[in-house]
Design a binder for this molecule. Sequence first.
Ligand code: 1HN
Length: 354
Amino acid sequence: MSRALDQKPEMTNARADYYGRIGEHNMTPLWEVIHKLLAKEPVTQATPHIWKYDEIRELLLESADVISAAEAERRVLVLENPTLRDQSCITEALYAGLQLIMPGEIAPTHRHSPAALRFIIEGSRAFTAINGEKAYMEPGDLILTPSWVWHDHGHDGTEPVVWLDGLDIPMIRHMGPVFAEPYSGDSGEFHPEGNPSGDNQSRYGANMLPVGAKFDTDNSPVFHYPYPKTRAALVELAKSGHTDACHGIKMEYINPANGGPAMPTLGTFMQYLPDGFKTETYRSTAAWVYSVVEGTGRTMIGDQVFNWSPRDNFVVPAWYPHHHEPDGDAFLFSFSDKPVHDKLGWFREARGAA
Ligand code: 1HN
């Protein structure tokens, strides 16, 4: 009978001596590590965790006294997974952070190969300009800055604005192709001359495409998804009776040009858990970062309970069984590395108790 994959061979003096000698040539015996390389199921180094907004809000606002948005380039507190500290990541593949911009501040124009999403947590009238086209922020809005588009942030309102940044940067760093550059316009302008604010929605935001529209990337041509429309879509879907036992009423933000995820590497979702609805246990090879929009409740992740309220953010690492229990109607935003798993044929999920 063959040896189980999780059993290491016995260590002997002769073997230890041999391993030492091959080690001097930068070699190692596969049979000592194969059990780690081929675990029976995904083993994630990330830990489930919640960042309670009430506990961190004051600290986040204090960052405005520490540094300006312009000097910081991006004034962000990175949400670091507790078991992946100093690696700027919330899971092995995903980055998340909370960004603050104060009235009148700017965060300068740049572009990079990693893709980003912004999910607005508090405040209004800040904006992200995408290739110069401004998307004005309101809580619950989703704004996309796909790979290699010029983007900057500014603020025309009166209150602090905070959003959740989600990026694919850990996976891109892992694979290698990270590029970034600052914008320097010919005549020193701050950002490229763009379309008028709202243009992306006028052209592409009604589930129709202007005749002759052509696209040369897999990024959604819609880069601003205002919350009222998203919320209304979920409430309408609830009326249709389309409720998923593991997800409640959950919709993915899509690229209207191809029906796929809004960006090729990051999946973005909004989920409505109606009063009294408890989801069934679910797990997937993809990891999930949640931001609570409305309602209170709890999510069981593995054997831990995480109580949540609006503006809290929490992470469900890969393959952790989890389910949600809202106290009343609740709306949860989430993003995930699922599109990458889907494209590469890695995605697996398990519905119901294991
Ligand atoms: C970035 O460009 C932004 O544009 C936010 O607001 C967070 C984290 C890592 C790398 C680039 C932004 C980022 C980032």
